[in-house]
Design a binder for this molecule. Structure first.
Ligand code: FES
Length: 561
């Protein structure tokens, strides 16, 4: 059964179920003939708590126009929405909840295909994780990035500039009045963060995976192109549904490898590795960290966007968009990978864009950096791995042996980081414990602030290590996702102030220079794990969340291996 008769309500009388469904659909005022068309769901995620999705109602209308023009029946339905800076303790905790919401509504409701409309960091991976598990034909439409604002002649965009100005404010270089004026010019339009943060990275990866239309990742949220892309996505969804082109036909080991190449070439967010791992896991696929390092060493950074370069997403769109990047990378990609529209990636790329601004998208022969942005580290401090974004780090700190200054929790960090009595030097290594998935929901706290007294003395970067994540808009010599996390008794939990830690980006190592005997003694002294009584979703999260190396998904949401 397809169309409105797909998946009937169980009354014990299928004819009655069909009769009742028609009767209630007549209440919507749709013509009886339209009920025979392919049904295309439009999963929306508008919310007043998600300003990044502010223009979604207009975008959804364009999708519906495209569906109707192609002979389908659009059926819009809401899911939860995750606004990155509006969820306590962090939106990351709720990504899997949104994925479950999308999965069940796509599976349970009568639709032949679905357009997923999202944008802010966690929404796109959540929608795709859900759609992958539901196994129904699907296509992603991102809301598009914000346009930049202006402050005293300077272009500003959320949120690399948020961090830059906040660091200057913390260092005492600008005052209350000025930071207030800047605050009102950082996020001035609808859309997702204006730089190559997590939202932009995910938009590019989805296009690289083939799960969205070509040239759809970068069009600004308020640009007319965004609405044209919406209309074309709606029309494409009808064809995809009729062809029954399910996500497992598009997302394969080859397309995931292509997406990793793109992640590296755009200097993308570290968060994307977690999300890509989770999305792949929903289809029984894996992201191999060793392969990541091999790809990183052979994929140059081509895109000059903040935080690794100086441009914004609107510049990338005007410079040829992701097709320009993909075309330059074509010799490193598997061009036989199928895309959601039924063509191969190679067919999609054709001859590439007519014009590319080489200040924004560097040619392969003259890249911004010779090697990719990410390195997966291993060593005695991170037996299952940790991640560093070398493209956003200070090369002078790539080979560091330093004294640990340890913060045992987010609360401890907040209480002591700016304490004038804190004993800390610029050559020290800041360590944050218990901020991983189980410990704290894995917030974007890995961008530990430079202690105020060092910031005021002009220190701009230090080696910082944690089991937390970092915003894609942040920068610095920051080691993230240390696994196993401290709350699970990983070696990170055993570090004490004064220990020596060695970071070597060249050898992809992260080591705690403390004897195994001493570590065994400390392990015995570790406090017992807290067993706070929890109910509902938070209990589900605590009991089932996997480590960062497995995408922080729930094990029970993955297909049995
Ligand atoms: Fe929504 Fe950055 S806060 S994309």
């Amino acid at each position: 059964m397809s169309g409105i008769y797909r998946g009937l309500v169980s009354y014990g009388d299928p004819e009655f179920s069909r009769f009742l469904r028609r009767a209630f659909l007549h209440a919507s005022g749709r013509s009886p003939e339209s009920l025979d068309r392919p049904v295309i769901g439009i999963a929306t995620s508008s919310s007043d708590f998600n300003p990044c999705h502010r223009q979604q109602p207009e975008l959804v209308k364009s999708v519906a126009r495209g569906i109707i023009a192609a002979g389908g029946l659009p059926m819009e339905f809401p899911t939860i929405s995750l606004g990155e800076s509006f969820l306590e303790p962090t939106a990351m905790v709720y990504r899997n909840l949104m994925a479950m919401d999308v999965e069940e509504l796509v599976r349970a409701q009568p639709m032949d295909g679905v357009v997923l409309v999202g944008g802010c960091d966690k929404t796109v991976p959540a929608q795709l994780m859900g759609a992958f598990s539901a196994g129904r034909p699907a296509i992603q439409l991102v809301t598009g990035p914000m346009s930049t604002g202006r402050y005293e002649g300077e272009r500003l965009g959320a949120c690399t500039d948020c961090r830059r100005f906040w660091a200057r404010y913390r260092a005492g270089e600008i005052g209350e009045d000025e930071i207030g004026r800047i605050e009102r010019n950082l996020a001035t339009t609808a859309g997702t963060c204006a730089v190559m943060g997590t939202a932009s990275t995910m938009a590019c990866l989805v296009e690289a995976l083939g799960m969205a239309l070509p040239d759809s990742a970068t069009a600004p949220a308020v640009h007319a192109d965004r609405l044209r892309i919406g209309e074309a996505t709606g029309a494409a969804a009808v064809e995809i549904a009729v062809a029954d082109r399910t996500p497992d036909q598009v997302v394969t080991a080859a397309s995931i490898r292509n997406a990793l190449r793109v992640l590296l070439a755009i200097g993308g967010s570290t968060n994307a590795l977690i999300h890509l791992t989770a999305m792949a896991g929903r289809l029984g696929l894996t992201v191999d960290p060793d392969e990541l390092n091999e790809l990183s060493d052979t994929t140059p950074v081509l895109v000059e966007l903040k935080p690794t370069g100086s441009h914004y997403m609107e510049d990338l769109h005007a410079s040829g968009g992701l097709p320009a990047v993909l075309h330059d990378l074509r010799d490193l990609l598997d061009l036989s990978a199928l895309t959601v529209t039924g063509e191969t990636l190679g067919e999609r790329l054709g001859d590439g864009p007519a014009w590319v601004d080489r200040d924004v998208v560097r040619p392969l022969s003259e890249p911004s950096r010779d090697k990719g942005g990410l390195v997966w580290l291993k060593g005695s401090l991170a037996p299952a791995g940790a991640l560093i974004k070398r493209s956003a780090a200070d090369p002078a700190l790539f080979e560091t042996t330093g004294r640990a200054v340890v913060f045992s929790s987010l609360e401890d960090l907040a209480a002591r980081i700016d304490d004038p009595a804190l004993e800390v030097e610029a050559s020290d290594v800041l360590v944050l414990q218990n901020a991983g998935p189980l410990g704290a929901g894995m917030p974007e706290a890995g961008y530990l602030p430079i202690p105020a007294k060092l910031a005021r003395a002009g220190v701009r970067d230090m080696v910082r290590i944690s089991d937390a994540r970092m915003s894609g808009t942040a920068y610095g010599t920051i080691v993230l996702h240390v696994t196993p996390e401290a709350a699970l008794g990983g070696p990170l939990a055993l570090v004490r102030t004064g220990d020596l830690i060695r970071l070597s980006v060249a050898t992809a190592r992260l080591d705690l220079l403390v004897s195994p005997k001493e570590l065994a003694t400390r392990r015995v002294e570790l406090p017992a794990a807290s067993n706070e009584p929890l109910t509902g979703y938070r209990r589900l999260f605590r009991d089932h969340v996997l480590g960062a190396d497995q995408g922080c998904d729930f094990g029970f949401c993955r297909p049995p291996s």
